[in-house]
Every structure is written in structure tokens, then in C-alpha cells.
Design a binder for this molecule. Structure first.
Ligand code: PLP
Length: 367
């Protein structure tokens, strides 16, 4: 067991964010600083830009935002909504996004389903057909309840409405499965650093379509820090509007090396495989899934507590005795669910170890 200090054991994170960060990534963070207006920085950004475009499935510029994902989630609303946004709500993050739209002073409508249920393409189409919308915001993978919305089908529907820009949060699914931005007609694809990518929290990465830049140009009060057009102007010189978190960008470069060394298809297949190992454990232990079949996340598992175990006590026991962290349920489903991540650098071995510990700890809890 790696130790953070002599006496405090390292608690390995199996919760769905922040996820465990590898030693290689941590070392990448601690390289000497460079000036952010220097040619060294330009070289760094220019080097990571093509692999980022590949990962995003886009020919558009990819931007680095020194913020958490929420910065860009808010930015997308501020830059693109002139008339009214449709916020699709199916869990904690998407519910809050609706509130954020209103906090930005924008007109927003909700397409809301119960936590655990998916947003369907049919319901999106019916709602957009009511008219008046110029944007739609969707969380692809609702981390809070383990729901994976049918993004490809929803994208096809959104394209029937030429005025509606499609904003997609892929914070916990990015790089765990293929999400080709250009091909699917996504206008803003955004992610954070600390989930699918297994980097430390503090960086958001996003790309913006041509028509979304055009919309931004006609949107007043975009502010400065998150102005898409400032990002675009700076990216043309491989710069960022303000001083970025350079350590995160070193770490991202290191992570991109890992990702392309493994190969995208291998990486996606690994996530499916690890996810199915966790699913088999859930079934074997008589638990149920919080999300319905066909709409379950591939990067985490949200398990319903149908066995009525004391989840808070179990999570505490896992942390103290086994030095691993899983999540005991988010917000209003705390105690009624628990969540396990298979994002980032997990392997068959590391997930097998996790499942062995979960089994042992459930026995220990009974005795
Ligand atoms: C974690 C998460 C966010 C918020 O990320 P921050 O880094 O806290 O801004 C947004 N959306 C989803 C789906 C998430 O999982």
C-alpha cells in the first residue's frame, strides 16, 4: 500500500470523481514552470492539440479552461442562449444546470424525468417541437445516478431543429467511449479533468462548433473569462485568454500519451469490460441497478440499496479498514444507492481487487 506520509495510508479512490490519479500523472504535474506567453507554452499546446481533436472527434479548436467543468457549463449558456434553452434534467448535475441557466438571466425550460430514468429522443423531439428554443443542454452520463442518456439518438433529433444548438456535458463519459462531436452534430462538447480522464480536478476541456461561434458573436454580455471568442482568438496562437494551470496541461499531455499508447478502441473496450465486471458483482450479490437496462453508465455503476445495508457504515469501514473510497450516494439518494467508478486507469486486476474487498467487507459488516 502506497503511503502519503509515514502514518496515513493512501485511500484509493473508486468513487466516481475525483478518481484515482496515477503516479505517472502526478509526476507530470511537478515539472518546472514556463511562461504562458512563451514559445514553450505554444509548443506544449500545439503538441496536445491534434490528439485532443482526435479524442473529441472534431476539426474544431479544442480549448483549455482553468476552471472546473461548471465554468464551461455556465459559459455555454452565457455564450449561446439568446432565446430559450431546454435543460434536460435527470439527476443532480443536470438539475443544477437548469438553475444555472436561470442564474445567468436566461430563459430556460425543463425537460425533467425522475432521477434514474433516461432522457429519451422522443421526449426531446416533442419538447423542441413546441418551439422558441435556440439551445438544448444535456448531461450525457448523469454521474449522480448512473444514467447514460442515448446521446446519438438525441443528437439525430436535435439536428431536425436548425436553430437549436446542442450543448453536451461528457464529464464522466469522456474518453471512456467514442463521442464523435462533428459527426453527431454537437455544438459544445465539454468535459472536466477529474473523472473520465483521471487527472486532478481543476481543468476543463471543451470544443465549440462553427455555428456556435457565430451565435456567440451575436450574444451580448458573454463576459471575459469564459468568452468563447476570446478562447478562439487565443487558441489560434496556441494561447489561452488568461494564465492557465500549466501543471494540469503537463498532466494532460502525459495522459494523452497513455491514451494513444493504449489505443482508443482498446481504451473503450477496457471500460466496457471493467463495467461489466462490476455489473456481474451487483447481480451476484442480489443488488439491483438504479438505472434501467439499456441506459446504464459504462464508466460507473449506481447500485440500488435493495438489501437495505447501512451504506454510511459500510463506506466508513471500507475507508478505515481497506483504504478504499466508494461513494455512499449523491444528494437525495444518499444511503439509498452507492456508486463505484471504473473510469480512468482501472484495470481488470484493480477492479477484481475492489470486488474482492467489497465481498470481504460485506461479510465483515454482518459479523
Ligand atoms: C462532476 C460533474 C460535473 C461537475 O464537475 P466540476 O468539476 O465539479 O465542475 C458536471 N457534470 C457531470 C456529469 C459531472 O459528473
Amino acid at each position: 500500500m502506497e503511503r502519503t506520509t509515514d502514518s496515513v495510508p493512501h485511500v484509493k479512490l473508486y468513487m466516481p470523481g475525483p478518481v484515482e490519479v496515477s503516479g505517472k500523472t502526478l509526476r507530470a504535474l511537478s515539472q518546472p514552470m514556463i511562461g504562458h506567453r512563451s514559445s514553450d507554452f505554444e509548443k506544449l499546446y500545439a503538441e496536445i492539440h491534434p490528439p485532443l481533436q482526435t479524442l473529441f472527434g472534431t476539426h474544431q479548436p479544442v480549448f483549455l479552461s482553468t476552471s472546473s467543468a461548471w465554468g464551461v457549463m455556465e459559459a455555454a449558456i452565457r455564450n449561446l442562449v439568446n432565446k430559450k434553452v431546454l435543460n434536460c434534467m435527470c439527476g443532480a448535475f443536470s438539475d443544477k444546470w437548469f438553475e444555472v441557466s436561470k442564474h445567468c438571466g436566461k430563459k430556460a425550460e425543463a425537460l425533467q424525468v425522475e432521477w434514474g430514468q433516461p432522457i429519451t429522443a422522443e421526449s426531446v423531439e416533442a419538447k423542441l417541437a413546441e418551439g422558441g428554443f435556440d439551445a438544448i443542454a444535456l448531461v450525457h452520463n448523469e454521474t449522480s445516478c448512473g444514467v447514460r442518456n442515448p446521446l446519438h439518438e438525441i443528437a439525430a433529433v436535435v439536428r431536425k431543429f436548425p436553430e437549436v444548438l446542442f450543448i453536451v456535458d461528457t464529464v464522466s463519459s469522456f474518453s471512456t467511449e467514442s463521442i464523435p462531436m462533428d459527426e453527431w452534430g454537437i455544438d459544445v462538447l465539454l468535459t472536466g479533468s477529474q473523472k473520465g480522464l483521471a487527472l486532478p480536478p481543476g481543468l476543463a476541456i471543451f470544443s465549440v462548433s462553427q455555428r456556435a461561434f457565430e451565435r456567440a458573436a451575436s450574444t451580448p454580455a458573454r463576459g471575459y473569462y469564459f468568452d468563447f471568442l476570446e478562447f478562439k482568438k487565443n487558441q489560434e496562437q496556441y494561447m489561452t485568454p488568461s494564465t492557465p494551470s500549466i501543471p494540469h496541461i503537463y498532466a494532460l499531455r502525459s495522459k494523452l500519451e497513455d491514451i494513444f499508447q493504449e489505443g482508443l478502441e482498446n481504451r473503450y473496450a477496457r471500460h466496457r469490460q471493467l463495467n461489466s465486471m462490476v455489473h456481474a458483482w451487483v447481480r451476484r450479490n442480489g443488488f439491483e441497478f438504479f438505472a434501467p437496462e439499456g441506459y446504464r453508465s459504462l464508466s460507473l455503476t449506481c447500485v440500488a440499496n435493495n438489501r437495505n445495508i447501512n451504506i454510511a457504515a459500510w463506506v466508513k469501514h471500507l475507508r478505515e479498514k481497506h483504504h478504499i473510497a466508494i461513494d455512499g450516494g449523491y444528494g437525495k439518494i444518499k444511503g439509498k444507492t452507492f456508486r463505484v467508478s471504473n473510469m480512468g486507469d482501472e484495470t481488470e486486476d484493480s477492479i477484481a481487487q475492489l470486488l474482492t474487498i467489497l465481498d470481504a467487507s460485506l461479510r465483515e459488516m454482518r459479523s
